[in-house]
Design a protein around this ligand. Structure first.
Ligand code: GDP
Ligand code: IMO
Ligand code: MG
Length: 423
């Protein structure tokens, strides 16, 4: 496996957590490189379900190292809550989890700003997870953020935080919102720092030592390609580089050390939050997909918007990420459908688009051009070999891979580890 990047090829929630969990079997280290606790990665182990937000899904495998890289934004209180939750269920954290000293810190003022901006946008809102992700990355880029390493130097931390709270309180007052108390924040964060201290380290050196020693390293993307700050449906995106390139800058691993990119995609499409979604089914069929796929957000619980598979999107994702291997998830959700559709291009008036337009308004006007497939109408969730799948399911999967332009390597037919077919 060597150094593998796993990314979401659609709008998030593709089942990355499940596939990471399966691939972690062969990994030594699992690394998050972007995003924050806006992510919700579900892993089912036997009868137990875990939802991970900040901690790599690899943590559920004893003896594997989990790393939160410099490109992640970390809410220390949320991280501690996640650690406590996992420890209470018997997951060992100490010695298994490290956090980059260069990762930026999320503060309550980021969450508040996130919320206020969404309120101000009204109908044009993004539908964020309200975890403060956008404002935290904005501070990073504006060079006014605090990093996890700052938590280790209390005096300097307090000084920086005091300045930052003063600045943000001016904004809150202007927006008619209540100012925050520096003293309370300072106390809470320094208490968190004490607990997190043993975990905060130079993960860049740690990871590069792993690369040098030919360890198996697995990068766990959060969100998806279409939510990437540059390549997604801007402005309806998240604020980080969710695509494969983000793994290099978000962890400090050079591009020429990457061996493989795995793209995870559902056998249909979902999206949470606002923004264009050409194949969305705003009808009974969409509702039926949501019900069959249990499509409710793992972080916010919001119902996910559902639609047909979009090959324009998957082709674009293969191109941007350099995907070698495709993992197609949730095939079983389509088991009962007599007919399936796949979008192979878009139309606006008479103009046909075979690639994804970057303009969100234009994408909003795109109408899908569909190819129809016969459904297999037989259960698949108990199958373990590709050849056991019904012929029509195999045809559907093969066509998805051909449309996308990458090799079909994994098919997932259920949430459990055992419900995974290696092709
Ligand atoms: P992630 O954010 O990409 O990790 O995906 P989420 O965990 O947010 O959403 C994927 C959901 O689908 C979770 O509830 C998984 O347990 C579930 N899931 C993953 N793979 C499969 C599959 O092949 N079939 C079914 N039915 N559910 C799956
Ligand atoms: P995982 O890793 C699906 C969406 C939000 C919103 C937009 C911006 O589980 O796939 P943000 O809070 O990031 O500023 O919100 O991005 N979003 C996700 N959608 N899965 C996710 O993560 C998401 N993380 C953010 O719904 O539309
Ligand atoms: Mg998710």
């Amino acid at each position: 496996m060597a150094v593998t990047i796993l990314i979401g090829a659609q709008w998030g929630d593709e089942g990355k957590g499940k596939i990471i969990d399966v691939l972690t079997e062969q990994a030594d280290m699992v690394v998050r490189y972007q995003g924050g606790n806006n992510a919700g990665h579900t892993v089912e182990v036997g009868e137990d379900q875990y939802i991970l937000h900040l901690i790599p899904s690899g943590i559920l495998h004893p003896g594997k190292l989990s790393v939160i890289g410099n490109g992640v934004v970390v809410d220390p209180l949320a991280l501690l809550q996640e650690i406590d939750g996992l420890q209470a269920r018997g997951v060992k954290i100490r010695g298994n989890l490290y956090v980059s000293d260069a990762a930026h810190v999320v503060f309550p003022y980021h969450r508040l700003l996130d919320e206020l901006r969404e309120q101000q946008k009204g109908k044009g809102k993004i539908g964020t997870t309200k975890r403060g992700i956008g404002p935290a990355y904005a501070d990073k880029v504006a060079r006014t953020g605090l990093r996890m390493g700052d938590l280790l130097v209390p005096d300097r931390f307090s000084e920086k935080l005091r300045r930052k709270v003063r600045e943000t309180n001016d904004i809150f007052r202007a927006l008619g919102s209540k100012p925050l108390s520096f003293a309370k924040l300072n106390r809470e964060y320094l208490a968190a720092a004490k607990r997190l201290k043993p975990l905060i380290t130079d993960t860049v050196t740690l990871l590069n030592a792993g690369v040098r020693d030919r360890q198996e390293i697995l990068f766990e993307g959060a969100q998806g390609t279409l939510l990437d700050i540059d390549f997604g449906t801007y402005p309806f995106v998240t604020s980080s580089s969710a695509t494969a390139g983000g793994a290099c800058t978000g962890a400090g691993i050079p591009p020429n050390r990457i061996d493989r990119v795995v793209g995870v995609m559902k056998a249909y499409t979902t999206r949470v939050g606002e923004g264009p979604f050409p194949t969305e089914l705003v009808n009974k069929q969409g509702e039926a997909l949501r019900r069959a796929g249990r499509e409710f957000g793992a972080t916010t619980g919001r119902p996910r918007r559902c639609g047909w598979f979009d090959a324009v999107v998957s082709r674009y994702s293969v191109m941007i990420n350099g995907i070698n291997d495709l993992a197609v998830t949730k095939l079983d959700v389509l088991d009962h459908l007599p007919k399936l559709r796949v979008c192979v291009g878009y139309k606006v008036g008479r103009k046909v688009y075979e690639t994804l337009p970057h303009d969100a308004d234009l994408l909003q006007r795109c109408r899908p051009i569909y190819q129809e497939f016969d459904g297999w109408m037989t259960p698949t969730s108990h199958l373990t070999e590709f050849d056991q799948l019904p012929k029509r399911a195999r045809v559907y999967l093969r066509r998805l891979a051909e449309f996308s332009g990458a090799r079909l390597s994994i098919v997932s037919v259920g949430a459990r580890r055992s419900q995974t077919i290696m092709v």
